[in-house]
Design a protein around this ligand. Structure first.
Ligand code: NAI
Ligand code: SF4
Length: 441
């Protein structure tokens, strides 16, 4: 059984409200942190080994230590709640059921970073959650945990919730900052990183909801204890949102020592695949990370079991491995068609491209058009090579990672499932009535 740090109280009725949250130990970590120096809090986060839970896995303590501190310039914490990666819905769960965990994490983090005004930028489609967050902010303020002179320490903090307007690209941190400043969400060139020049050109830390919530147990049990959970550089616990062809879709907290096989088949997690179907493939970290076929998903190239953590999922690099990403775990059974699936993703990335750079703006459109042609049985063999060529020209040649995110799923699908693409080319008449999965398994 995995250790629970974030969701340990999620089952308690009324935990969304301050009174119940407080009764179960809520805000005790914040009280503890406010008695520590900001350097001591930073040290705990560094020692914990916490890595960014939004997808990139960048060490949180290191990011915080990069924050520039010029004299007289305000600094900000911005929580990235623009969770839009297909297959990813863990932050929604945290904000909906444990809003005070996020607020408490923000209080500790803002104090450490020296932010007196912090923001939550939330995905527009999560239309009911801002009310929950704003109610929690009001409750925390009424109890003296936000506002002026918090707990008599002299530290002030205001938190504001800003709703997005439904653009995936606003989850990219610099596009998010543009949007927060009231402009179109076009990503900025990095460097400078937000830690140096962020919101209104002020030093800013942008962190994912889960990363900030994790700061609460880190302070509660101490960074060193937190680092003992998990394995290697995959410390602490990780929320996984599981969906697709599984018996028990939902949000699970894992301690990153379990195997992928255990996660898919054990009753504690996904509970196996419906109707006894075979596992075909999985995308373990949200739609942007490479798809992996079952044989490489359950074992690494060296025959070792593949574990649900940053290192093991990436084992073998992009050629054979994948990424932990945001933890959006999508399972495909034997009946699913990879070409159809890849086409759906290509349409998504083409629609969400902000259009600033040519390889992404044009390339995502061409990938979608070619995939649509192949999927309908109207493709030629050379279209598969053309598709490969286009994705190669996007990867690494764009301002933000949306270009890479659009290219990787296509590259991995061709690399691992070229036979399915060829089947579509060779069986145009069957493409109208059935898909590769149903025809071949
Ligand atoms: P990144 O690797 O460019 O940056 C990670 C973080 O580290 C950023 O906050 C960046 O500012 C900071 N950083 C890196 N080097 C730095 C330096 N030298 N100095 C100061 N700060 C530095 O990755 P990015 O663009 O933040 O995230 C991409 C990931 O986001 C992808 O892996 C994807 O899986 C994920 N993603 C998640 C979504 C979700 O809904 N959760 C949506 C879309 C993408
Ligand atoms: Fe916009 Fe795509 Fe370029 Fe990112 S990669 S800046 S989404 S055009």
């Amino acid at each position: 059984m995995s250790k629970k740090l974030l969701l340990k109280n999620a089952h308690i009725e009324g935990i969304r409200y301050f009174e119940t949250y407080r009764k179960h130990g809520g805000y005790e970590a914040a009280e503890k942190a406010l008695k520590m120096t900001t350097d001591e809090v930073l040290e705990e986060v560094k020692v914990s080994g916490l890595r960014g839970r939004g997808g990139a896995g960048f060490p949180t303590g290191m990011k915080w230590s990069f924050l520039a501190k010029p004299e007289g310039v305000p600094r900000h914490l911005v929580v990235n709640a623009d969770e839009s990666e297909p297959g990813t819905f863990k932050d929604r769960y945290l904000m909906e059921f444990l809003p005070h965990l996020l607020i408490e994490g923000m209080l500790i983090s803002s104090y450490c970073l020296g932010s007196n005004t912090s923001y939550i930028y939330i995905r527009g489609e999560y239309s009911w959650i801002p009310d929950i967050l704003e109610e929690a902010i009001e409750e925390a303020k009424a109890a003296g945990f936000l506002g002026k002179n918090i707990l008599g320490t002299g530290y002030d903090l205001e938190i504001y919730v800003q709703r997005g307007a439904g653009a995936y690209i606003c989850g990219e941190e610099t596009a998010l900052l543009e949007s927060l400043e009231g402009r179109r969400g076009n990503p900025r060139l990095k460097p400078p990183f937000p830690a140096v020049k962020g919101l209104w050109e002020r030093p800013t830390v942008v962190n994912n909801v889960e990363s900030i919530a994790a700061v609460v147990p880190i302070i509660e049990i101490g960074g060193a204890e937190y680092a003992k959970i998990g394995i290697g550089r995959s410390t602490g616990t990780k929320l996984i949102s599981a969906c697709g062809n599984i018996n028990k879709p939902g949000v699970y907290e894992i301690d990153m020592t379990i195997t992928v096989e255990e996660f898919i088949y054990s009753d504690e997690y996904c509970g196996g695949i419906p109707n006894g179907k075979k596992l075909k493939a999985c995308i373990p970290g949200g739609s942007s990370v490479p798809i992996v076929p079952a044989n490489l998903l359950l074992k690494t190239i060296n025959g070792e079991p593949r574990y649900m953590n940053y290192e093991s999922l990436a084992d073998g690099g992009f050629a054979t491995g994948t990424m932990m990403g945001s933890g959006g775990f999508i399972v495909l059974d034997e009946d699913q068609c990879v070409v159809n699936h890849t086409m759906t993703l290509a349409r998504f990335y083409n629609h969400e491209s902000c259009g600033q750079c040519t390889p992404c703006r044009e390339g995502t459109g061409w990938m979608y058009k070619i995939l649509k042609k192949i999927e309908k049985g109207e493709g030629k063999m050379e279209d598969i090579d053309l598709l490969w060529d286009i994705q190669r020209k996007i990867e690494g040649n764009t301002i933000c990672p949306l270009g890479d995110a659009a290219a990787w799923p296509v590259a991995a699908a061709i690399r691992h499932f070229r036979d399915e693409f060829e089947w579509h080319v060779n069986n145009p008449e069957l493409c109208q009535t059935q898909n590769y999965g149903i025809a071949n398994y």
